[in-house]
Design a binder for this molecule. Sequence first.
Ligand code: SAM
Length: 279
Amino acid sequence: MVAEIDLKAAINAVSDVVQNRPRPIREFDQIYMKTGDMVMQSELVSSWANGKRLAFIGDGDSISVCVAYLHAKNIVEYGPSLITVFDFDERIVGAINRFADRERLENLQAVLYNCIDALPSTKEFECFYTNPPWGASNNGSSVNLFVQRGIEAVRYQGDGMIVIADDEELEWPAEVLYQVQAFSSERGFYVSRMMPRLHAYHLDDAPDLKSCNLVIKSRPRNPAGPVSTSIHDSERLDNFYGRDAQLRVKYVREKKRVDYGRANESEYGFELVEGKGEE
Ligand SMILES: C[S@@+](CC[C@H](N)C(=O)[O-])C[C@H]1O[C@@H](n2cnc3c(N)ncnc32)[C@H](O)[C@@H]1O
């Protein structure tokens, strides 16, 4: 249940964030969560990570920005003490950092990072959030790479929120849920909460496919695992973004800085009123 917040102010704040988001690239599974669900999810994450250092492993949705912005504007009175986003898309990283700069969100930053690389060990986090590629064609292997980086970010002790597909009619989301729980359990994490079929997406070929929050927590005195290293095992990267879509792009580079809230000049042309043409 959403705590007592000014819903109109919250929706308007999330609307500012949505205006700032780069357009999604479908081939990398960038599929954005619907705005109503973003409002609810942001409040939930703010409360779950209250006072903690939170790492986002990928964040096209911009839940990180909503959480920081809602807190800074006092629309939500609680929230994480620090948020760092790790994402391989320079457009997303740039959009988050520019928004943080403009709105003076001093506890929010984004860094360019690909999950195949060792996680930079700059800070110690207490919790992580990820909405990864959903692993429909590789039994959740892509989800587990993001989860691995999240677990490394908290150094094997802390909490994680994993947002993945959840559908009662389809087999693959159930298999992925099983694989992710098994992967987490092998690393000393248990499922502390599961919130089924919670969020809807702008997903044209499966508009009814929902995601859940799979919330995990480290068992008491969980030993630290191996240090973060890069991935060379090509099997883990096959079908990463769907069938025959291997992970082969290191970074998405921003070609031209655009104002995402305004139409790009390449999208339209003017047909002038008669007699108003240039001499
Ligand atoms: C794959 S999308 C999942 C759908 C989610 N609703 C979204 O659009 O954010 C999540 C984020 O992961 C990022 N991402 C994809 N592949 C990545 C990789 N190899 N390393 C780091 N980030 C990656 C995308 O840029 C995106 O921001």
